[in-house]
Design a binder for this molecule. Structure first.
Ligand code: ATP
Ligand code: MG
Length: 427
């Protein structure tokens, strides 16, 4: 075997695929950066659904002239300094990854004037490499221009969706951010035409602009969780928006739960606030998914909040389905009597059956690592789907579900979205 370490240029192009797979991913990252920079006005311009051009302009605090040629480097961030900071995040960004990923798969220009400076600076970057840096006159704020997405990755370029599909995704995305940041003005221009405009407003006014008039509001608090739900019924096509600590999140199961409770022809915006330590956003490269430390409690609070609210369907559903919400679990099989394959939520997991069994015995049987190793299931044993399901149920309640007592990973998982993406389908 001849092994070579890939040059950083190539590696970052591959890694960029984790964060950036479509124009809307870019818009998301740039808008989040503008919000983190405390902008009160954000203008997004796209052409060809963002495939040819994306420009995001803001009036935020700007980038310091000494930083402007560093912000697109891997791990460059002003938002966190240490691991502990991850537990008290107040910004959307924290990885120092977005601009780097975007820069490595496009032609990018960043113009910015820092709020304490009299002039701006601009850099041009192509496939991650700095081409030019010069002074420029501009108002305080930042403008990031991204051209020719995936010009250096023709295969990925081919898998981009049609212009109107990409444009609609971007439009939906802007609505999401507009819902959480009502004090910010948002404008979206597509092929020279303004297609969205939300002036800075009070929260309820913004809700009205996006969900429509005559919405219902329910609110609930306990010691650690605060929930507010806006519901607008009887519209032709329903929509579910979920926000956790002001971050728009995607969560299929929670969405299904809400759909069942309020019906399909309903627009719902659910806002959840929990202390930063009670959620983990760091489990997904796009930060789109969240994991709650006490999900059961959250769901029962949600159920109580919606109980008996006008729509009789709500009460019925809530009375007949008192179970806690959980991820879908589907056993797919076993490979070579060694690896268990299951679908769990939006992932396919490959578990090492020995290591999984070892962890369960170690934790549940409260035994030493060596003892657990000795008595645990070995490879070479065929397991029925029911037996596999039982093991996964045990795994769900482990303190540490990630590694065996000796520190080896118990599973390898792959996101369904990635599989869909590789096959040219949207997830
Ligand atoms: N619109 C902007 N206004 C001001 N500063 C910005 C803007 N966009 C980027 N920056 C600066 O560039 C840095 C890098 O941005 P980038 O999005 O790559 O990383 P991040 O936001 O820190 O983390 P993440 O990768 O999670 O988004 C930011 O930390 C910030 O200092
Ligand atoms: Mg960012």
């Amino acid at each position: 075997m001849f092994v070579e370490i890939l040059p950083p240029q190539v590696r970052s192009r591959i890694a960029a695929g984790e964060v950036i797979s479509s124009p809307s991913d870019i818009v998301k990252e740039l808008v989040e950066n503008s919000l983190d920079a405390k902008a009160t006005r954000i203008e997004i311009e796209i052409s060809k659904g963002g495939k040819r051009l994306i420009v995001v302009r803001d009036n935020g605090e700007g980038i310091h002239p000494e930083d402007i040629d560093k912000v697109f480097l891997e791990g460059a961030t002003s938002k966190i300094r240490s691991e502990e900071d991850l537990l008290k995040l107040t910004t959307y960004g924290f990885r120092g990854e977005a601009l780097h990923s975007i820069a490595s798969v496009s032609r990018m220009k960043i113009k910015s004037r820092y709020f304490q400076q009299k002039e701006g600076w601009q850099v041009e970057v192509e496939a991650g490499l700095l081409k030019q840096k010069e002074k420029t006159g501009m108002p305080v704020g930042t403008e990031v221009e991204v051209r020719d997405l995936f010009f250096n990755l023709p295969v990925r370029r081919k898998f981009l969706r049609r212009e109107d599909t990409e444009r609609n995704k971007i439009r939906d995305l802007i609505k999401e951010y507009a819902l959480v940041s009502s004090a910010v003005e948002f404008k979206l221009i597509s092929n020279g035409k303004e297609i969205l405009f939300f002036p800075a407003s009070e929260k309820e006014e913004r809700i009205k602009q996006i969900l429509g008039e005559n919405f219902e509001v329910y609110e609930r608090k306990d010691n650690t969780v605060w929930i507010k739900i806006y519901i607008r019924r009887n519209i032709p096509q329903g929509r579910v928006y979920i926000f956790v600590n002001s971050r728009p999140v995607k969560n299929r199961n929670l969405k299904e739960f809400l759909r069942k409770v309020v019906g399909f022809k309903t627009a719902v915006a659910l806002f959840i606030e929990v202390p930063p330590f009670a959620v983990d956003f760091n489990i997904h490269p796009k930060k789109r998914e969240v994991k709650f430390i006490n999900e059961r409690k959250l769901l029962s609070l949600l159920r109580e909040t919606l109980k008996g609210k006008k729509d009789p369907f709500v009460t019925n559903y809530l009375l007949t389905v008192p179970k806690a919400y959980r991820f879908t679990l589907k056993v797919l099989g076993q490979i070579s009597e060694t690896i268990l394959v299951v679908q769990y939520g939006d992932y396919i997991y490959f578990f090492d059956q020995h290591l999984l069994s070892e962890r369960i015995n170690y934790e549940k049987g409260k035994m030493s690592a060596d003892k657990a190793c000795k008595i645990s299931l070995k490879s070479g044993v065929e397991l029925s789907p029911d037996a596999i399901r039982e093991m996964i149920k045990e795994w769900e309640s482990l303190e540490n579900p990630h590694v065996c007592p000796h520190g080896r990973p118990i599973y390898y998982r792959i996101a369904l979205s990635e599989v869909y993406n590789k096959l040219g389908r949207s997830f």
